[in-house]
Design a protein around this ligand. Structure first.
Ligand SMILES: Nc1nc2c(c(=O)[nH]1)N[C@H]1C(S)=C(S)[C@@H](COP(=O)(O)OP(=O)(O)OC[C@H]3O[C@@H](n4cnc5c(N)ncnc54)[C@H](O)[C@@H]3O)O[C@H]1N2
Ligand code: MOO
Length: 768
């Protein structure tokens, strides 16, 4: 059946081809011949894509060129178009505006990539052969398990607070986009925790949409500033931003042993009253608690609190244990995963703020004292603020009146529509005393997170929790994946399998070194190039500006909507050409319908500021074909006036002035596309700085009857085996074959037999 249909199709194709040949007006119609199989066709024995040895000046069209004159051979026409113009001077464009433009200079790495050794997996950075010792909390507590964090869920009697255990926050303290906003709702929120920095790099900041959110570890001096900022009467966004800023700055200066304050601030853009909920943790020095309390003392107060905790989302819609609370603050319950915590009833009780139903409490079970704070921000690249130091008060989870936290599908913290590229992390502990580093035997098991500014060295035999993307500490020899490690006694880490040196560490410079050429000049800036450029440190790119192109659609018979009627037809080229030209690298500044009005065409040409004007129709010598007369009047120079190609032979290329050109496309739609790919494509390629490329070749599945003297351009579809199948409905006025095609095949005079290799002019949206 298929074969018979194919046969029928091919018979139709052949009939159409023969009809075309019969109507051919070129001399030598009787000399029809078929090229031998296996030889690429380049009409006139010349490769149309090959650069000649000597650059040629464009040849002016012969005086008698045109419909019946000495039309330019197709390969020459393409070369002439390619040489008609040169690219303008490059310019610098921000990344956000460079898409589709062409690199004027090579893209050279401004940094090593990765910029530093990073963990490729979540797990532990380890030094030397195992087993390894893990850091421990001051109370001797270590990690509970090899792979999951511990957390308690609770709200105090006053129902306030959220605390995040370091593990839990890192693993699941998220503000997933699917999760409902909770906590402070539209109000701005700030959450603050005090404690002791347990590692130099702790803390960082997260700002999303500019409104929000920091978890920061701050030196004592900075704590007050941050607190003040957060507590400012402006509250809301301003306060949150100020807090964020202050905390970021402070975090950079934090040193081991510093008393720190983790501040998480979120301002919602729509915050009407600007209330800030500040959550202060204790388990720290009283002075810090005071600062924290100051931060909490917000005029709008409905969410203000001390001893409360916050889980913060970058967009600020979410997630805090917002309400006021007693000094007892948050409390911690038993072990639980972050997810459990989030879903747990009463996890975040908050009476007195009925419309703030949620806060998720994740208290560290081992936290010795005081209210605590966990602030967790989350973004795609992950961020979390963590705190420990909650006081155990298991009964608090059942506090009457405590609203139920919504069952968040994932993540330990309440969610808000969120996720932004910015990210950071903060860690704080409620440890009242001594300094600790990531590997201190007295320090808590603090994970190293992506975005940490610096990393303390890891001594031989030690291990520390690390997240994917985090800097690997100096001295680390490998990363042990979390699923491959087992923690015993809380402080000993065993590998379930052999760990190779360097395993799961992405070494600095693995992808490129600073100065490496990532892409050559002439590359088109694709979405991927934008990403690569950003990763490599670029804010802007040097590009060739897109040529400005204006399309003039000529023809009184054209309708722009509805069905053909009264002898009039729809304009098929206006809708087709704009996007096609854009895909060829043009900046299409307009598509104008000018009818068949010589005056309007002249005025439009004279007034156009485009680098290239593309006209459709009016190229022949009919009574209302105004293109030639108008070009003559404007003293335009005809570079190509008619091409020995079917369809489309009346196509033309003219120079309107310095750096201004016109491509005249015939009105028949397939003829117009033939002109587009013969003249406009090479002209735009040159103007936009795109390099010339070798045409793809493909063998024909079937014979194509040739024109005796002219090149034929035939719509073809690529088969699964890479052959080119000539398509039906390829008459000059048709679009149907073109719509099913991937390319136009270049068939030389005389035609081509099945299996013959021909050059293709691919459509930009199809892979060759
Ligand atoms: N005496 C001769 N007449 C013609 C010759 C020739 O050599 N000697 N060549 C024919 C060929 S080949 C072509 S192609 C056309 C080119 O003519 P024009 O460029 O002047 O185009 P028009 O006459 O304006 O239109 C031709 C045809 O296409 C239709 N058309 C025009 N614009 C559109 C559009 N935007 N969307 C859809 N269809 C369009 C128009 O209605 C006509 O049917 O000249 C032959 N004549
Ligand atoms: O070949 Mo025309 O018939 O250029 O469309």
């Amino acid at each position: 059946m298929t074969d018979r249909r194919d046969d029928a199709e091919h018979a139709l194709d052949r009939a159409a081809d023969e009809a075309l040949a019969l109507f051919a007006d070129a001399p030598g119609a009787g000399r029809m011949r078929v090229r031998p199989v296996g030889r690429p066709f380049f009409p006139f024995d010349e490769d149309p894509f090959k650069e000649p040895e000597e650059p040629e000046a464009p040849e002016p069209a012969p005086a008698d060129a045109g419909c019946h004159g000495n039309r330019t051979p197709w390969p020459t026409a393409r070369r002439t178009a390619a040489r008609a113009a040169t690219p303008p001077a490059p310019r610098t464009r921000p990344l956000s505006e460079a898409l589709g433009e062409v690199l004027a200079a090579p893209l050279t790495a401004l940094t090593d990539l990765p910029a530093f050794d990073t963990a490729a997996m979540d797990g532990w950075a380890v030094s030397g052969p195992g087993p390894w010792r893990l850091p421990v909390s001051p109370d001797g507590d270590g990690e509970r398990t090899g792979t999951s964090g511990t957390a308690g869920t609770v709200g105090g009697p006053e129902g306030q607070g959220a605390a995040a255990d370091a593990e839990a926050a890192a693993a699941g303290g998220t503000c997933g986009a699917d999760q409902g906003a909770a906590g402070a709702g539209p109000a701005a929120v700030a959450a603050m925790a005090t404690g002791t920095a347990d590692a130099v790099p702790t803390g960082a900041a997260v700002l999303a949409d500019g409104q929000a959110a920091v978890g920061g570890a701050a030196a004592p001096g900075a704590v007050g500033a941050a607190a003040e900022a957060a507590a400012g009467p402006a509250a809301g966004i301003a306060g949150a931003q100020a807090a964020a800023t202050a905390t970021v700055a402070a975090a950079d200066e934090a040193r081991t042993g510093d008393q720190i304050t983790a501040v998480a601030a979120v301002g919602h853009p729509a915050a009407p009253t600007g209330g800030i909920a500040a959550a202060a943790a204790s388990g720290a020095e009283p002075a810090d608690a005071t600062n924290a309390a100051r931060a909490a003392a917000v005029p709008a107060g409905d969410q203000a609190a001390s001893g409360a905790a916050g889980a913060v989302c970058p967009h600020g819609q979410a997630a805090v244990g917002p309400a006021a609370g007693g000094p007892a603050g948050a409390v911690a319950g038993g072990p639980a995963t972050a997810t459990d915590s989030a879903a747990a009833p009463g996890a975040a009780g908050m009476p007195g703020a009925d419309d703030q139903p949620t806060a998720v409490a994740i208290g560290h079970p081992a936290a010795p004292t005081g209210g605590l704070v966990g602030a967790s921000t989350n973004t795609p690249s992950s961020a979390a603020a963590t705190a420990t130091g909650a006081t155990a008060a298991p009964e608090a989870a059942d506090a009457p009146g405590a609203p139920t936290a919504p069952a968040a599908p994932t993540g330990g913290l309440t969610g808000a529509p969120t996720n932004t590229p910015s990210s950071a992390a903060a860690t704080a502990t409620g440890a009242p005393a001594a300094a600790s580093t990531a590997v201190s035997p007295t320090g808590p098991p603090t994970p190293l997170l992506a975005g940490s500014p610096s990393v303390a060295p890891l001594p031989d035999g030690a291990a520390v929790r690390i997240a994917t993307g985090a800097r690997v500490p100096p001295g680390a020899t490998a990363v042990l994946r979390s699923e491959h490690g087992t923690v015993r006694m809380g402080t000993e880490l065993y590998a379930g399998r052999h760990v190779d040196q360097g395993q799961d560490i992405r070494p600095r410079g693995q992808e490129c070194r600073v100065g490496d050429e990532l892409l050559g000049a002439g590359g088109v800036v694709s979405p991927v190039v934008l990403g690569l450029a950003a990763a490599a440190g670029y804010d802007e790119l040097e590009v060739v500006p897109r040529p400005r192109v204006e399309v003039f659609v000529l023809g009184d018979e054209l309708l722009h909507e509805g069905l053909p009627r009264d002898g009039r037809i729809r304009d098929a080229l206006g809708p087709l050409l704009g996007p096609w030209l854009t895909a060829l690298g043009a900046d299409v500044v307009g598509v104008r319908r000018l009818g068949d009005d010589a005056g309007a065409l002249g005025a439009a040409l004279a007034g156009s500021g485009a680098d290239v004007v593309v006209t459709t129709g009016g190229t022949a010598a009919g009574p209302v074909d105004h293109v030639h007369p108008t070009l003559r009047r404007l003293r335009a120079e005809l570079l190509v006036d008619g091409v020995a190609v079917r369809p489309g032979h009346p196509m033309l290329l003219a120079r309107l002035g310095p750096r201004r050109h016109l491509v005249g496309l015939p009105g028949n739609p397939l003829a117009a596309v033939a002109g587009l790919l013969t003249l406009a494509e090479p002209l735009l390629r040159s103007l936009s700085g795109r390099p010339r490329t070798e045409p793809p070749l493909a063998r024909l599945t079937d014979e194509v009857t040739g024109h005796p003297a002219d090149t034929r351009l035939v719509p073809v579809a690529r088969t699964r085996t890479g052959r080119a199948r000539p398509l039906r409905f390829h008459g000059p006025a048709m679009l149907r074959g073109l719509a099913a095609a991937d390319a136009l095949a270049v068939v030389p005079p005389g035609g081509a037999s099945p299996g013959t290799e021909v050059a293709l002019l691919p459509f930009p949206w199809c892979t060759p």
